[in-house]
Design a protein. Structure first.
Lengths: 346, 362, 345
């Protein structure tokens, strides 16, 4: 075990040597960025396994919307979208993992809430998915709306926002339900599948992916009624503002690229020919925006070239091009009736 | 030592403050907002986290005590069966012991939970007993009394009966020591502590109104629901620990010298009395210390309940409360302290029991 | 035949018991064998191959590599095999009594071999590095058990000696250490090691996730080992150490040459038991997302292509645990018996 300690110590010693000369003196120091560069890979905290968002196949290859975000960040910071190590985290582990600096950030379907922001020492850097909570029921139970679940039992992952939302929703309407808390989503799902509960509750997006985990998916029905709006996005620790800046603007770049019509297919052409100032600054043709953050100027180009813009990523992972077949809904650009937007690249 | 601990505490609190993580123990008085489907304390989500912790402790103790009782009975039986003259019986007991001891407990917990769930019917097709007790995948629903008056009297009667039995036993022992005459303590005890209490409870029960579970919507409402998580954890803990206790009992009994048994037989004692008066008292001092550590293991193993959503300390406190408050250091410290206190209490009790037992046996 | 009658049908009651037992055995074993062997599907590549009522062992075949190695890169799995072969070879050589220089060989096998194993598994010095997060399956279970055991045994012996030390401070520290780790559930210890350690360590000091789990397990097991060794120490007559002292030997030489060799021999069965329970406890690391044998089995169950294989996965993993633990306990029993006859007791 000494070996790991030695390796860690060596990495710490090497960090300033490698990144020191490359960095302009005017930038605020960024411990996380330096560590990522010294390590040569990004440490991304993801979900234990949520098809469509972060899911490893039997070869250990990760895919999903959140995974795409991690890849984009790696493309921006290291120039290579494949240089990501994924650490699957449970509901419980995620905060200590992030606080204890075992991951550089979390991208794991974590809902943004006030108390988390105020007491856990974490900051939310934007929204990459607007989730809406709903319920899945056994088709045989003949439930068509959430209120029909009165006097029923609901399986849920402990400590999740879903647990609180469900409890609040039924309490407000003076309906009684029994809520059973499981430590992991998968445990709650299999308990529901076994008939321990009348319903399992989670976000629509999450459920669309988790549905395939049921023994007989056709015997389950996802209700269309939504009881809450749960915005989710990449999460960082307090402190190290420059790292927070990068995390935030990588997400903005994904969204902006879609808004400006830059895709992985036309990005080279756009970079060469586009006269739009926003696009030129985004792709690093002018403005040197990457340098301002302490990364290379073609950071956003790398994201779009290697991973794609937000829309491409969405279609591939959770949208119509995926088994989940989720419509864009709130996760459409604001110009098209959704809620997503990026502040200008100026 | 103190310096090292101080160093870590200082370090931690400084790290936390810088990182903007809340610390301190004030969170214990915050509203928990966490649902606990199975509790004996009357806990509601609007209560504070301290009360949630207490609910977890009660649930841990509940499953531990019930499992210890059953594991002891099963363990002693299997241990005795292992020594049976019947070859098939002792082999089967041996199979049970070797099967249980060589597989991780987590397998049994998961097996009982998902296996039992799969075997039970949905609420609509519940098994019922006399239309008042219902068994289905949501648990065992039993009626509860609406007022406790009649039952309190019954309980009081039971206490009196037990006291009477103790008195009779003492008197019988004294008389036997004095005159050598035997008294049928066990049959009398069966009536005093078995038949009459049941009669008292039935009488008490008939005179009170009961909250009988009824099917409403999906589930049975009313009465008390014994959740499947409890049943699964209890079954796993008691069958698993019984395997270890059986080995201890076998070893203890085999440590009694054959000469003792032969001598007792020569005195004309019956087989049952030989076991009761000669074998068990001499085996006990050998059995008690290892059995104590099995009890301690069982209490600690009740934390496996977290894997199947049984709301014991680890699940509700180190699980739910930790996730909702994020104060991992405080929560883990409190959890460790509680287990240490529990372990210490059991050790002290068993030491005291052992010392007392040894005095009697000499 | 008469023996059979005596052991199974001695009295009418015995006969009834025997028949009831036979019936129970029949009722349990027939469906089991039918499910596991007779009706089972053995060949195929996907779930569709399993049409019968019995077990679908195709699943285990398809996932076998993962059950053994986790996500360890396929082209590098030979390294795990080499490490495993080295381990088996050493164990085999050590059990051969006629081995020349057996003592030195044993010492080397607990000091050099673990380092070689670590090098093979982790890499470095000319081998490609395989991060510990990619380790998994049976291999991870064995790594956890062996390395935690390697830390726990010496630490346990030191603690046991410390508990009997004449220096009050050392005695007190040993007692506190032992009672603390024995008093708390392993789940909480693993949480402690994986969640708390990074928070209370000084900034910039990071310990590998697997290393933390090993350390947590090792502390608990060391405390139990200490109690097992203490049992052995207590069984030794006081006179032994006193006689050695009278000969003018120092404390450590007495312990090393006189006390420990005898005490450890007596404590060996108890220590083996602790080792078995360590092996079983490693299943708990799955709560901190390390994928040991049981963890990888659970992860495999979440694969949508193989839904509903719970029984197969658990039976397969359970059987591995059972054979390993049963093997160890039988080995210990055999050794105990051999020692007893050797000492003419």
């Amino acid at each position: 075990m000494k070996f790991f300690g030695f390796a860690a110590a060596a990495a710490c010693l090497l960090a300033p040597l490698i990144s020191g000369p490359a960095m302009a003196q005017t930038l605020a120091p960024s411990e996380t960025l330096d560590a990522v560069k010294a390590r040569g890979n990004l440490e991304c905290g993801v979900h234990l396994g949520l098809p469509g968002f972060s899911y490893a196949n039997d070869k250990g290859e990760w895919s999903g919307l959140d995974v795409d975000y991690c890849k984009s960040l790696a493309a921006a910071v290291l120039g290579d979208a494949t240089k990501v190590k994924y650490t699957p985290t449970s509901v419980q582990q995620r905060w200590p993992m992030l606080q204890g600096k075992q991951v550089d950030l979390l991208a794991r379907n974590t809902t943004i809430t006030f108390s988390r922001n105020a007491t856990l020492g974490v900051n939310f850097q934007g929204i990459n998915f607007y989730e809406g909570q709903t319920f899945v029921v056994h088709t045989s139970a003949k439930v068509s709306k959430v209120a029909d679940l009165a006097d029923g039992t609901v399986c849920v992952a402990a400590g999740s926002t879903e647990e609180k939302n469900a409890a609040d929703w039924f309490k407000e309407r003076n309906l009684k339900v029994q809520i059973i808390n499981f430590q992991k989503n998968d445990d709650a799902i299999s308990a529901y599948d076994q008939g321990r509960c009348d319903s399992y509750t989670a976000g629509i997006g999450a459920l669309a992916g988790q549905r395939i985990k049921f023994k007989k998916p056709e015997e389950h029905q996802i209700l269309t009624e939504v009881i809450s709006n749960d915005p989710q996005g990449p999460t960082t620790r307090w402190g190290d503002e420059r790292w927070q800046l990068i995390v935030r603007w990588v997400l903005n770049a994904q969204i902006a690229a879609e808004a400006y019509g830059v895709t992985s297919k036309n990005v080279d052409e756009m970079k060469a020919k586009s006269q739009n100032g926003d696009v030129r600054r985004l792709l690093g043709v002018e403005g040197k925006f990457g340098e301002m953050m302490g990364i290379s100027n073609d950071w956003a180009y790398n994201i779009i070239k290697q991973v794609g813009n937000y829309g491409e990523s969405y279609e591939r992972t959770v949208g119509m091009g995926s088994p989940l077949k989720l419509k864009r809904g709130s996760n459409e650009l604001w110009t098209k009736g959704g809620l997503l937007f990026s502040p200008p690249f100026q | 030592m103190v310096a090292v601990i101080w160093f870590f505490v200082q370090n931690a609190s400084q790290n936390m403050m810088k990182a903007g993580i809340a610390s301190g123990f004030k969170f214990l008085w915050r509203d928990s907002g966490i649902e606990v489907p199975f509790n004996l304390t009357g806990y509601k989500p609007s209560d504070n986290i301290l009360f949630l912790l207490w609910t977890g402790v009660v649930n841990t103790l509940l499953v531990s005590i019930v499992s210890i009782a059953v594991a002891t009975i099963v363990g002693f039986s299997v241990g005795l069966l292992r020594l049976s003259r019947n070859w098939l019986l002792s082999t089967l007991a041996g199979f049970y012991i070797e099967f249980v001891r060589n597989i991780p407990l987590l397998f049994f917990v998961l097996f009982w939970y998902f296996g039992v769930l799969a075997a039970l019917p949905l609420p609509r097709e519940s098994y019922d007993v006399l239309g008042v007790v219902f068994l289905n995948r949501r648990g065992l629903s039993i009626p509860t009394p609406n007022d406790l008056h009649g039952l309190k009297i019954a309980c009081l009667a039971i206490v009196v009966l037990i006291a009477a039995q103790v008195g009779v036993a003492r008197w019988a022992a004294a008389r036997q020591a004095r005159t050598g005459r035997d008294f049928p303590v066990w049959p009398v005890g069966f009536v005093l502590c078995g038949v009459l209490p049941v009669a008292a409870l039935v009488a008490g029960g008939l005179t009170t109104a009961w909250d009988v579970p009824t099917l409403r919507g999906f589930n049975y409402r009313g009465g008390f629901v014994m959740v499947p998580e409890f049943v699964a954890l209890f079954a796993a803990l008691s069958t698993y620990t019984a395997g270890f206790i059986a080995e201890v009992v076998r070893g203890g009994i085999q440590s009694v010298r054959q000469g003792q048994i032969d001598a007792a037989r020569a005195l004309g004692l019956t087989q049952g009395r030989i076991v009761r008066l000669v074998v068990i008292p001499q085996a006990m001092p050998v059995i008690i210390p290892p059995i104590t550590s099995q009890y301690l293991n069982l209490i600690k193993n009740s934390s496996f309940g977290a894997a199947i959503a049984y709301p014991e300390i680890v699940a509700v406190f180190m699980g739910s409360a930790l996730v909702s408050t994020g104060q991992s250091i405080e929560i883990i410290a409190i959890t460790l302290a509680i287990y240490l206190v529990l372990s210490l209490a059991v050790s002290l009790f068993m030491n005291w029991y052992n010392a007392r037992h040894r005095l009697v046996v000499r | 035949m008469s023996r059979l009658r005596e052991r199974l049908f001695a009295t009418p009651l015995d006969a009834v018991i025997t028949l009831v037992c036979l019936y129970i055995v029949w009722r349990i074993s027939v469906p089991l064998v039918e499910w596991a062997v007779y009706d089972a599907t053995w060949n195929g590549t996907s779930r569709e191959a399993c049409t019968g009522q019995g077990a679908c062992w195709v699943f285990i075949r398809a996932r076998f590599g993962q059950f053994m190695y986790g996500q360890y890169p396929v082209p590098l799995r030979w390294r795990v095999d080499v490490a495993g072969a080295l381990m088996v070879l050493t164990a085999g050589l050590l059990s051969w009594r006629g081995l020349p220089q057996r003592r030195w060989f044993a010492l080397a096998s607990v000091t050099v071999l673990p380092l070689v194993g670590l090098w093979l598994l982790y890499g470095g010095f000319g081998l490609a590095i395989v991060q510990t997060r990619e380790w998994g399956g049976l291999m991870l279970t064995l790594v956890l058990t062996i390395y935690a055991g390697l830390i726990a045994v010496p630490l346990g012996i030191l603690l046991a000696l410390g508990r009997r030390s004449r220096l009050p401070l050392i005695r007190f520290a040993s007692v506190v250490f032992i009672e603390f780790w024995r008093g708390v559930p392993i789940i909480t210890v693993i949480f402690l090691a994986s969640l708390l350690l990074p928070l209370i360590m000084p900034a910039g000091f990071d310990v590998d996730r697997l290393a933390r789990a090993i350390l947590g397990l090792a502390f608990v097991v060391a405390a139990y080992m200490a109690e097992a060794v203490r049992g052995g120490l207590q069984a030794l007559p006081e006179g032994q150490a006193e006689a050695a002292q009278a000969l003018g030997l120092g404390y450590w030489r007495i312990q090393r040459m006189i006390v420990l060799p005898q005490a450890l021999r007596i404590a060996l069965p108890a220590m083996t038991n602790e080792f078995i329970s360590l092996f079983k406890s490693t299943t708990l690391v799955l709560i901190v997302s390390l994928f040991d044998l049981l963890g990888i089995a659970q992860a495999a169950l979440a694969d949508p292509n193989w839904v509903g294989m719970n029984m197969e996965a658990y039976v397969f993993a359970g059987a591995i645990y059972w054979f390993a633990c049963f093997g160890m306990s039988q080995w210990s029993r055999l050794r105990e018996k051999r020692l007893q006859t050797a000492h003419g007791r």
